[in-house]
Design a protein around this ligand. Structure first.
Ligand SMILES: Nc1ncnc2c1ncn2[C@@H]1O[C@H](COP(=O)(O)OP(=O)(O)OP(=O)(O)O)[C@@H](O)[C@H]1O
Ligand SMILES: [Mg+2]
Length: 380
């Protein structure tokens, strides 16, 4: 789309405001707070995903940004301009929905042309831009078809072409791939990423599929009960979750619940007659007072299995467990275990590990002190 695209690397600098700023955004339906106070700044050209469980307020947030739902409180700024009270068609925002919201009585090309007609673009310009948008989504030959003559994936491509054809300042997508099978979903994930990069578009994308979010996003906002629980890169969320909720939502975790304690020898997670060392950066991030309820989180690939007779290397923690199940998953072996307190644990060993273990084996789990992440326990 050479002639009509914005530059792939848009000009940046302190003088340019963020693409989108949400401040104290709230939406109540009666007594129900669907969105309970969202603050967010989205950078220009960024691909930002809202990820969270069903009912956590993702769609409601997106609809407020688009202007389809009026906020109860808070403000929405797009490109530095206050849009809080501006109607949807004047916000210059493109939107793709989960359920291919194409006009059924219009052809694919007419669907794509629609936003341009609304903006009173000239006829020959419309023809040119529609052709470009159809080429962008690789459906050049399909302009004359009606939506019912297109597959689900093709309909979503047309919806995407329609959302970008007028070069919106923001592109919003609400689970656009939710209705497609896994293979098609993965192909379209890459395509959406490439297209949005080619256009230099700022994208706000909603999904409840964590893998999709990790693959596609520059940053991810984890939603829980109408709030952003944590905002960061996929790596931030996986390696440095700030809460049990985030640790649980992104990937698998081993969770040791207890009490955080600081003494002359260092920092510890203490439980009954066990205690495990906590690294200084984890302590600093959690910012907990000594004595508060806390959990130590260790990802399954950070744990190692050793015999009960082996002592852990210096700088490691250890914990005894019993193997309950061994799952062979090709490049990795996954061990399911039971801790002395009856809690489950999980270990992933690449290439099968040094030694093979079987159900019923008593083992020690060891992990480097720095691999443990400290989070507060709710009500802790
Ligand atoms: N029009 C409405 N009237 C009343 N309640 C609503 C309305 N729309 C949303 N809600 C409620 O607001 C909350 C947030 O809904 P929302 O659709 O934003 O969630 P979501 O994160 O998009 O979930 P999902 O992943 O299932 O799409 C839910 O409890 C929902 O029932
Ligand atoms: Mg939704």
């Amino acid at each position: 789309m050479s002639a009509t695209t914005r530059p792939a690397t848009p000009p940046t600098g302190p003088s340019r405001p963020p693409a989108l700023v949400l401040r104290g955004l709230v939406k109540h339906y009666g007594d129900v707070p669907a969105v309970a106070g969202v603050d967010l700044e989205v950078r220009r050209g960024e691909f930002l995903t809202l990820l969270g469980p069903s009912g956590s307020g993702k769609t409601t947030t997106l609809r407020m940004i688009a202007g389809f739902t009026l906020q109860t409180a808070g403000t929405i700024e797009i490109d530095g301009a206050d849009m809080s009270q501006v109607p949807p068609y004047r916000r210059d925002v493109g939107m793709v929905f989960q359920n291919y919201a194409l006009f059924p009585h219009m052809t694919a090309a007419e669907n794509v042309a629609f936003p341009l007609q609304m903006r009173r673009v000239g006829r020959s310009e419309i023809r040119r831009r529609v052709a470009e948008a159809l080429a962008l989504v690789k459906l050049e030959g399909h302009g004359d078809r009606y939506p019912r003559q297109l597959s689900g994936g093709q309909q979503q491509r047309i919806a995407l072409a329609r959302a970008v054809v007028f070069q919106p300042r923001l592109l919003l997508m609400d689970e656009p791939l939710g209705a497609l099978d896994k293979k098609l979903r993965e192909a379209l994930q890459l395509e959406i990423m490439h297209i949005s990069r080619e256009l230099g578009a700022t994208v706000i994308y909603v999904t409840h599929d964590q893998e999709e979010a990790l693959v596609m996003s520059d940053r991810i906002a984890i939603f829980s009960e109408g709030r952003i629980e944590q905002l960061g890169s996929g790596e931030d969320l996986y390696e440095r979750p700030v809460s049990l909720f985030v640790a649980d939502f992104i990937g698998e975790s081993n969770i040791l619940r207890g009490r955080y304690e600081h003494d002359g020898q260092g920092d510890w997670l203490v439980r009954a007659d066990w205690r495990w060392r906590i690294g200084p950066s984890a302590v600093a991030r959690a910012g907990l007072a000594s004595g508060s309820g806390a959990a130590l989180i260790v990802r399954p690939e950070r744990l190692r299995l050793v015999g009960t007779d082996e002592s852990g290397a210096p700088g490691t923690n250890a914990l005894e467990a019993t193997v309950t199940d061994v799952l062979y998953l090709g490049p990795i072996r996954k061990y399911e275990l039971l801790l002395p307190d009856g809690q489950p644990a999980v270990v992933r060993e690449q290439g099968g590990g040094e030694r093979e273990w079987h159900a019923g084996d008593r083992v020690r789990l060891t992990w480097a002190v720095e691999a443990g992440v400290l989070v507060p326990l709710p009500g802790g």
